[in-house]
Ligand binder design. Structure first.
Ligand SMILES: [Zn+2]
Length: 501
């Protein structure tokens, strides 16, 4: 018998961890972090301890305790049993948002991770440029390792040994097998590159998993093709997202572009915008807004790195050389002539300090970008505010102290806060904007990554499975919206959290 167990994504937006087990072969759809659940217990300085392996996560019900899936170092360090072979044959990643992928960090490195090339590139960017702990997606650094001391007796801690995970990049609609399951990845449109749905069949069930998707992004044809192919497969089971099942309108990237062009054209100062760093479609939107208003888009080093990974591919994203890269003051902050350093009792100006020295404030990957001639500093934004649209996320608000914008605007092009922590941060943003007299423009400047209710229901009708499991959705009223499908002879099953292991 083929069974499905839900270890996340039930009554919450995200945190999908869905195990499918057949007579021969088993796999997970996604292995993500449940944001709201994590935020219920944790905050910036209250984080799970690595010292306790997976067990802090298990104690808070963030990770299910399942034998045979977690990494050896984390299990054995706290005296837990580690078995020879993994108990699951693969993890299919629908896309590289943390609510679908974050907890891959905790998995054994010999469990194959199936994902699209774009999802892989995003994880690479996260691994190469991120500072967050628990983010070993493509590699695993073995912790708690000792080695014999060179001199004398005993052991010392050895530096982490990095091993590759078993990464399998999947091509659109090119089938692959896990045990008896024959599986295809179906690209869909979502708010970052590389999102996939999956269609899987074994002798018993044909299963469709939507991941997160929409029909109103820049590539709706992808999602439409998925619906067509899923319908052809004649599924018995569909696991569908329902994030916006209670809503019936959409804002598109074109809507945002049009509205933003108007505001930016009328702005007599610096335009500051915040949009999600991995949403390259949104980057493209503000790149176009900049083009239409004779400005240049300024991105930070992390977004420049991500964009660099997508160069040369068949996509619409701008060339790296066509955006400006912001050089923040870090470390000693030796930018321009307003900083000094002391040499033999004499204070010399930053301008006279060798640029190689000032580069030392930056990480190795950052230095590569700072050598390019399309970088700029706060001074450029201060001197020629009308030339630029400056992407500034929450952690970069401090740059405003250097820039001191006048007559500017701030466009918030990201999702509305959906938990307490986000509301607190939102209030902080407002304080910063007040301090610099930046009016906040936040009405209809964000396009959701998720289809609306009508589209979800029509998609399911089109695909016409026997049963639907709604996931990635919450609130009873919302869930009940799926019941409408019973008139079409489709059975709705609300999954419950599994406690099996
Ligand atoms: Zn999600």
């Amino acid at each position: 018998m083929t069974s499905i167990d839900f270890f996340g994504g039930v009554d919450e937006i995200g945190g999908n961890k869905i195990r499918v087990k057949g007579e021969n072969g088993s796999f997970f759809f996604d292995f993500g972090m449940g944001f709201s659940k994590a935020n219920d217990y944790l905050s910036e300085f209250l984080q799970p301890r690595k010292a306790n392996g997976i067990m802090d996560f298990v104690a808070l019900s963030l990770l299910p305790y399942i034998k045979g899936i977690y990494r050896e170092d984390y299990l054995r360090h706290v005296g837990l049993n580690y078995q020879q072979k993994p108990s699951v044959d693969g993890v299919l990643i629908s896309h590289s948002h943390v609510d679908h992928v974050a907890y891959v960090h905790h998995l054994r490195e010999d469990i194959p991770i199936y994902l699209s090339r774009e999802s892989y590139l995003i994880l690479k960017a996260l691994e190469d440029t991120g500072t967050a702990s628990f983010s070993e997606y493509l590699h695993l650094k073995k912790s708690f390792q000792l080695e014999p001391k060179l001199r004398g007796e005993g052991y010392k801690r050895s530096s982490a040994i990095k091993v590759d995970r078993d990464i399998r990049i999947v091509e659109p609609y090119k089938g692959f097998d896990i045990g008896d399951f024959h599986i295809k990845a179906a690209p869909v449109d979502h708010s970052l590159p590389g999102a996939s749905a999956f269609i899987s069949e074994n002798g018993e069930e044909t299963m469709v998993y939507t991941g997160d998707l929409r029909f109103h992004g820049r590539n709706p044809e992808l999602t439409h093709k998925f619906v067509k192919e899923a319908k052809k497969a004649n599924p018995t089971i569909m696991i569908s997202e329902g994030t916006r099942i209670d809503q019936d309108t959409n804002i598109s990237e074109e809507d945002i572009e049009e509205r933003a062009v108007k505001e930016v054209a009328a702005c007599k100062g610096l335009v500051v915008v915040n949009y999600p760093v991995r949403d390259l479609d949104r980057l493209l939107t503000f790149y176009k807004v900049a083009q239409d208003t004779d400005r240049k888009l300024v991105v930070n080093l992390k977004q420049a790195y991500l964009l660099s990974l997508f160069q040369g591919d068949d996509n619409e994203y701008p060339e790296l050389g066509d955006v400006m890269i912001y050089k923040p003051r870090k470390g000693w902050g030796l930018v321009g002539n307003e900083n000094y350093a002391c040499v033999e009792d004499e204070w010399i100006c930053a301008d006279d300090i060798a640029s190689a020295e000032s580069l030392r404030d930056y990480k190795k990957w950052e230095r590569e970008f700072l050598k390019a001639d399309n970088t700029l500093t706060y001074k450029d934004l201060q001197e020629e505010p009308l030339e630029y649209i400056f992407r500034c996320d929450f952690f970069e608000l401090k740059e405003l102290i250097d820039i001191k914008p006048e007559n500017g605007i701030y466009i918030k092009s990201s999702t509305e806060p959906f938990d307490e922590q986000m509301e607190i941060n939102e209030a902080k943003v407002q304080k910063w904007l007040d301090l610099f007299n930046l009016p906040l423009l936040n009405k209809r400047f964000h396009a959701s990554g998720h289809a609306n209710g009508k589209e979800i229901l029509n998609m399911i009708r089109d695909i016409n499975p026997e049963k639907v499991y709604p996931v990635h959705t919450k609130d009873k009223e919302n869930k009940e919206k799926f019941l409408e499908l019973e008139e079409d002879g489709i059975e709705i099953i609300y999954p419950t959290l599994s406690h099996k292991s």
